[in-house]
Design a protein around this ligand. Structure first.
Ligand SMILES: O=C(O)CCC(=O)C(=O)O
Ligand SMILES: [Fe+2]
Length: 268
């Protein structure tokens, strides 16, 4: 077994063929020693293209900030925090809806992909981590968060971190993104600059941690990760990152945080 690392000062690892995701990869992502880990051909291009058709038939097409859009009515925690300002009534209605969003995701994705990509992600995590991997619970309400967002477009410069976004007691995070459609020119770009660390937070902007000023990454070490259709990208996403724009991009994604007690928890 060998791994091909891209020659960069902040490397990512591309796993091919039978190379397995291991706990060491996840720890390196959580600690920021790796920018990313990619796995090719997790789903076939044909299955992804069936999935795209199934999503496009049903998509409501609501979006944020131009080209970043969640499709269908399955949400992330992001609008609850940055648009509803953590309104308790909005959170309670969110929690009530979580089971129906899981059902909707399965209804749209399973016929086309043959299985629920969330199950595939969790199985991969469990076999690599060899420890508890669970849905995240909101630290204030103790209720399960939804995981498994379907998105279109290319997010602008931002970071993701459960402790900053949700108050989770975590000490590392990565994103897992299945690429359902992308042209070869689409890449994830990760800058070795933490968006949030103890005592160091992103500047207050109208969009919180999103669409941040480029001055934050000027001169920073950087890694570029290709995102071909059917591949899975694990990205160390506490760091400032963006996706370079390309036509028709469609993804399925979750966040994975390491709680201070060593559990991995996932949410969107
Ligand atoms: O590839 C994408 O669309 C988004 C990646 C990302 O923002 C993340 O993993 O947090
Ligand atoms: Fe992100």
């Amino acid at each position: 077994m060998h791994e091909s690392s891209v020659p960069a000062s902040w490397p990512h690892v591309a796993l091919r063929g039978s190379e397995r995701l291991r706990r060491g990869h996840l720890e390196a992502l959580l600690d920021g020693d790796l920018s990313g880990v990619t796995i090719d051909g997790v789903f076939s291009v044909e299955a992804c293209s069936r999935t795209r058709a199934s999503i496009e038939e049903r998509a409501h097409g609501t979006g944020y900030a131009g080209n970043l859009g969640s499709v269908l009515t399955v949400p992330s925690h992001w609008p609850l925090k940055y648009e509803q300002h953590d309104d308790p009534t909005a959170w309670l209605s969110y929690f009530e809806n979580v089971p129906s969003w899981h059902a909707l995701r399965k209804q749209v994705l399973v016929p086309a992909l043959g299985e629920d990509p969330l199950d595939v992600f969790v199985a991969l995590l469990r076999s690599a981590w060899n420890g508890p991997v669970e849905p995240a619970r909101h630290p204030l309400y103790g209720r399960e968060l939804y995981a498994g967002i379907i998105r279109s477009g290319a997010p602008r410069l931002h970071f993701d971190y459960g402790s900053y976004d949700l108050g989770l007691s975590c000490d590392g995070q990565f994103g897992m993104t299945l690429i359902l459609n992308a042209l070869p020119c689409a890449v994830q770009r990760n800058y070795r600059v933490l968006g949030a660390a103890p005592g160091k937070y992103a500047p207050a902007t109208p969009t919180g941690n999103y669409d941040l000023p480029r001055s934050m990454v000027a001169g920073a070490e950087m890694d570029e990760i290709p995102t071909p259709t059917g591949s899975l990208s694990l990205l160390s996403n506490r760091y400032l990152h963006e996706v370079l724009d390309c036509e028709g991009r469609l993804t399925f994604a979750i966040h994975v945080a390491r709680l201070k007690d060593g559990r991995l928890v996932y949410f969107s």
